[in-house]
Design a binder for this molecule. Structure first.
Ligand SMILES: C[S@@+](CC[C@H](N)C(=O)[O-])C[C@H]1O[C@@H](n2cnc3c(N)ncnc32)[C@H](O)[C@@H]1O
Length: 250
């Protein structure tokens, strides 16, 4: 007999009981929340902004659309989406209250609070009815979810027919020379930067390890199709360091 306490999953390079993962992930993001935006710029040399803009280019937000931004953290994707759409509404859902709190401050500073809701919740059990959103995004979030296929099934459920899924995530670099250089940068520099800028080496060590454990582009495409999405496609960003997956609920 199998139950949740017996199943294991990965937390970075560690194997842990599945039931412990969400708490450990919440611990990481609670610890980094106040410095999350600063660290994103420092670690990626600002490139995460280009990737998020590429996501918006492909998504092409339209006026009045209802977005659900899961693992939305401090709201980077939702802010971009609403600015491009011109009008609409975004619900930012995240496991970590501290990340949403940082996002709420940003929304107040940018006078956008009226267009946003902030909801603490789990991607694997969304507190929304079926067919309620036009667009579902998850950016640098799904690799932290205990069972990504459950989160994808939830995305399918809450999207209306004709709705769009878009996932931005770190991925696998096919070019061996670039993969070697990227590994050196990731494992040597990122945890050290986490220590120097945020006083937190362990959270950034987890970040690097979790990227290596996430499925490659084709495998993840198959997972998206496996829950019922159609017209699933992907586009590599920066030679596969990150990747966008797009799909539709028809
Ligand atoms: C790297 S941050 C990404 C934030 C934002 N989407 C961005 O692109 O900047 C990952 C976020 O995923 C959230 N998260 C992790 N597991 C989650 C889950 N099961 N359900 C909802 N949010 C989750 C974390 O709390 C964290 O805020």
């Amino acid at each position: 007999m199998t139950d949740n306490t017996e199943r294991t999953t990965h937390f970075g390079f560690e194997d842990i009981p599945e039931a412990d993962k969400a708490g450990r992930v919440r611990g990481v993001f609670t610890s980094v929340a106040s410095r999350y935006d600063l660290m994103n710029d420092a670690m990626s040399l600002g490139i995460h902004r280009l990737w998020k803009d590429a996501m918006m280019d492909w998504l092409a937000p339209r006026r009045g659309q209802r977005l659900l931004d899961v693992a939305g953290g401090t709201g980077d994707i939702s802010f971009r989406f609403l600015r491009r759409a011109g009008s609409g509404h975004a619900t930012v859902l995240d496991l970590t209250a501290g990340m949403l709190e940082a996002g709420r401050h940003r929304a107040e500073a940018e006078a956008m609070s009226g267009m946003l809701d902030w909801v603490v919740g789990d991607a694997m059990a969304l507190p929304f009815p079926d067919n309620s959103f036009d667009v579902y995004t998850i950016s640098f979030g799904i690799r932290n979810v205990t069972r990504p296929e459950v989160a994808l099934a939830e995305a399918f459920r809450v999207l209306r027919p004709g709705g769009r899924l878009m996932v931005l995530e770190f991925s696998q670099v096919p070019n061996p020379a670039l993969a070697w250089a990227y590994d050196r940068y990731s494992f040597n520099l990122i945890p050290a930067m986490g220590q120097a800028l945020a006083g937190d080496r362990d959270s950034y060590q987890y970040l690097v390890e979790s990227i290596r454990r996430f499925p490659d582009q084709e495998t993840f495409l198959g997972m998206i199709e496996g829950v019922g999405f159609e017209q699933a496609r992907y586009r590599n960003l920066s030679m596969g360091i990150a990747c966008l997956h797009s799909a539709w609920k028809i």
